[in-house]
Design a protein around this ligand. Structure first.
Ligand SMILES: Nc1ncnc2c1ncn2[C@@H]1O[C@H](COP(=O)(O)OP(=O)(O)OP(=O)(O)O)[C@@H](O)[C@H]1O
Ligand SMILES: [Mg+2]
Length: 333
């Protein structure tokens, strides 16, 4: 609803007001519910990459699973080409939706079946989704391997996953996602398990797919440098909330939210941003009032303890922080 007010243009994919909580049981006496996504709203257009960054436990993979419809949100809407996909099919994603929104996982070895050849992994979705008949599937599989830079394709098609390097396996996983000609690719930490020297090759491939196939990409990453390289916009997630959202160069170059500043400072300290390792997120239930970042914020104000800040516009970015005045740019929550 909010996005409709902002613009009448229909985005390819739009999440609006998505909320998801999990009941947590366990050793903690205060165990209750964990809010993994709170009022998460964003859009992605064709040919655009958006990066979702944040520390471990901030809710990144939850957003991915909601988008893939492996989980159902407690509330909120997911629209594809303006159509409310949850309202239409509340229980399970249809084959059509699954085709249009594809996923690439962090671990290319775990996501490929060691018993099957590379070709099998590509042929199966082609046949299942009716993208090719049995006479042409092999040719299509070879073309997909070429697209992802595995050439000569004939040398790769009959290999098994263990006969490939990690980077090559991830290229096969990307080719498998492309087999059904999706509109949206959700990539959850696609390079974090790869050797640093081959990460750039995968990112370059994603840039190429975005440009040439007009693919919309949601990149989930800890690494702000990768986010900036691939994505036009960055969404910074903290405890299930988008605390800052804006053009990548602005978010990384002049972060507005104190949490984003901490992430950017971590790049200066180490080449690889691993905020989860430096500051683990507290487990268990969560505060119901105030800013969730207040306990860790170097710039904390009195208001932060009592009021969860509504988003406001700061230099073209949408920021949830009391440091910035509410005014005409106030967006409501
Ligand atoms: N199925 C589930 N049941 C209970 N809690 C869950 C479930 N899935 C996620 N959570 C909780 O939701 C929060 C967000 O988890 P999520 O996996 O989305 O984080 P993440 O940002 O992807 O973290 P990481 O960077 O470690 O992959 C965490 O507190 C997690 O424990
Ligand atoms: Mg995750």
């Amino acid at each position: 609803m909010q996005a409709d007010v902002k613009s009448s243009r229909v985005s390819l994919l739009e999440l609006s007001g998505i909320h998801k909580s999990f009941s947590s049981s366990g050793l903690l006496a205060k165990a209750g519910s964990v809010v993994a996504a709170r009022d998460v709203s964003f859009q992605i257009d064709r040919g655009e990459a958006v990066a979702l960054v944040g520390e471990s436990g901030s809710g990144k993979s939850t957003v991915a699973r909601l988008l893939l419809r492996l989980e159902a949100p407690d509330s909120g809407a997911i629209r594809l080409d303006g159509e409310d996909v949850l309202a239409r099919e509340p229980r399970r994603a249809s084959l059509g939706y699954r085709r249009r929104v594809q996923m690439v996982f962090q671990d290319p070895f775990g996501s490929l079946n060691p018993a099957h050849t590379v070709g099998y992994h590509l042929i199966r979705p082609l046949l299942r989704h009716g993208r090719a008949d049995s006479a042409e599937v092999r040719r299509r599989a070879l073309a997909l391997l070429q697209t992802v830079g595995l050439e000569p394709a004939a040398e790769f098609v009959d290999r098994r996953p263990y006969e490939l390097s990690g980077g090559q396996r991830q290229r096969v996983a990307i080719a498998r996602a492309l087999a059904v000609d999706p509109d949206v690719l959700v990539a959850d930490e696609p390079t974090s398990m790869l050797d640093v020297s081959i990460r750039m090759g995968i990112l370059k491939l994603l840039v190429q797919l975005k440009r040439e196939r007009k693919l919309a990409i949601l990149l989930i990453t800890h690494d702000l440098a990768s986010a900036r390289y691939l994505a036009e916009r960055i969404l910074v997630l903290f405890r299930g909330r988008i605390v800052e959202e804006g053009r990548s160069a602005a978010v990384v170059g002049a972060p507005a939210h104190p949490y984003t500043r901490a992430l950017v400072a971590a790049i200066a300290d180490a080449r690889e941003v691993q905020p989860s390792e430096t500051r683990p997120a507290p487990a268990g239930g969560e505060a119901t009032q105030g800013c969730p970042f207040a306990a860790r914020c170097p710039d904390v104000l009195d208001a932060c303890a009592t009021t969860d800040p509504a988003p406001r516009l700061v230099d073209g970015r949408r920021v949830r922080c009391h440091l910035y005045p509410q005014g005409p740019g106030e967006l409501g929550s």
